[in-house]
Design a protein around this ligand. Structure first.
Ligand code: GLA
Length: 384
């Protein structure tokens, strides 16, 4: 953060008055369950986005992204709609969502820096929304509960960007706990408990390098399939509000009432909710191998039932089954490209990652970047 503050001061000629940071996240298990009001096991990572800001008079805002050196400028009166494919949307969208809630952001000079990989599935956009939002909170005295800050970020995605995503990304970026996963319930929208990653094991992120841009993906279509499946199931089981309420037995019994595609989408979501709760039970017994097997099962269900995998992601997960040290692997996040996560013994994690990388290179010619991830704390902000 110190470096960003110095660079800000060098650029604008005076120091920022507030600063905030928000991490990226990994979805450990619980794929596409959030908008079905289900369970997710996730964590924040140490890679984060930092945002420094100084209020100015008038309506004109300037933002520098020190990651690529680009700059954006806009007037607060001129941000009602998004600019196609532009990173400043994730900041302008936050201001618009706050305005809808009667909360006012004034003009500012800002600068940011980030170590969250872009378009990879580690929620670089949620990290930016949250870092900017938390900086606005400090600078303009905005009072909102933490879960509502997650809703502001989700509103940016849903309303400004047109991606009908759930709350997982912003929620994990805000509520993450160092060295622990968090078990969240997206019906009550709360963290039920923290679940430590057993000592001696690490999560390796291996990026397929196939860009995952959810706005242009079939994400919204998957969500529609889930909702139409839930509606049909509700006609049979009146207590069903979302797929979260359906058991595997109920789903099997109702199969004839669903289109084949709806059945498979629902099977994925119901299976993921079950796997999340099973994972917590297995970790209580220190059954790390069983935990890893659930990662493979989750990926297989993505591949066959939810169809949000890609040949590249499948191949990275296949490699995990043959490279020594791999206990489990799966796609993480929306899918349709981006990253895989691998559960490995910490000792030998580097060697494991290099071997998977080499195997992937031989088959695809692509150099998959990897990160041996440390689980970090959620977002913070401060007055300077
Ligand atoms: C993306 C969305 C989240 C969630 C995941 C899949 O990350 O932004 O809301 O739906 O995909 O679990």
């Amino acid at each position: 953060m110190q470096k960003l503050i110095q660079d800000f001061t060098g650029l604008y000629g005076s120091a920022p008055t507030v600063a905030a940071r928000a991490p990226g996240r990994l979805e450990i298990l619980g794929n596409h369950t959030d908008y079905n009001q289900g369970f997710v096991l996730s964590c924040a990572v140490e890679q984060d986005t930092r945002f420094a800001l100084r209020p100015v008079s008038g309506k004109h805002c300037r933002i520098k992204d020190f990651r690529d050196g680009s700059t954006r400028e806009f007037d607060l009166d001129d941000i009602a709609t998004a600019t196609p494919k532009d990173w400043s949307n994730y900041i302008k969208g936050v201001i618009v969502e706050l305005e809808k809630r009667g909360l006012r952001v004034g003009a500012f000079d800002a600068a940011m820096e980030s170590s969250v990989p872009l378009s990879a599935g580690m929620s670089s956009s949620a990290a930016l929304e949250t870092a900017a939002g938390f900086a606005f909170r400090e600078a303009f005295g905005i009072k909102l509960a933490d879960a509502d800050w997650a809703r502001v970020g989700q509103g940016v995605e849903n309303n400004y960007m047109g991606l009908k995503s759930g709350l997982l990304d912003q929620f994990s970026s805000i509520f993450g706990k160092k060295d622990s996963m968090i078990l969240s319930d997206f019906r009550s929208v709360e963290v039920l408990r923290t679940v430590p990653l057993p000592h001696g094991y690490s999560i390796v992120v291996i990026n397929s390098m196939a860009k995952h841009n959810l706005v242009d993906s079939e994400y919204n279509v998957r969500r529609q399939d889930c909702e139409s499946a839930a509606e049909k199931l509700a006609q049979i089981y009146p207590d069903v509000k979302t797929l979260r309420d359906v058991s595997l037995e109920q789903l099997e019994a109702a199969r004839p009432a669903l289109a084949e595609r709806e059945f498979r989408r629902a099977l994925h979501v119901v299976g993921e909710c079950t796997r999340v709760l099973e994972a917590v039970r297995l970790l209580e017994k220190n059954d790390i191998e069983g935990f890893g097997r659930l990662w493979f099962e989750s990926h297989e269900s993505s591949r066959i039932n939810f169809e949000n995998s890609t040949p590249e992601l499948d191949y990275l997960v296949e490699l995990a089954k043959s490279v020594p040290g791999g206990l489990g692997a799966r796609l993480s996040g929306g899918g349709f490209g981006g990253i895989t996560i691998h559960l490995v013994k910490s000792e030998g994690a580097e060697e494991y990652a290099r071997r998977v990388q080499a195997g992937y290179k031989t088959r695809t010619g692509i150099n998959a970047e990897y990160i041996i991830c440390a689980i970090g704390d959620g977002a913070t902000s401060q007055k300077l």
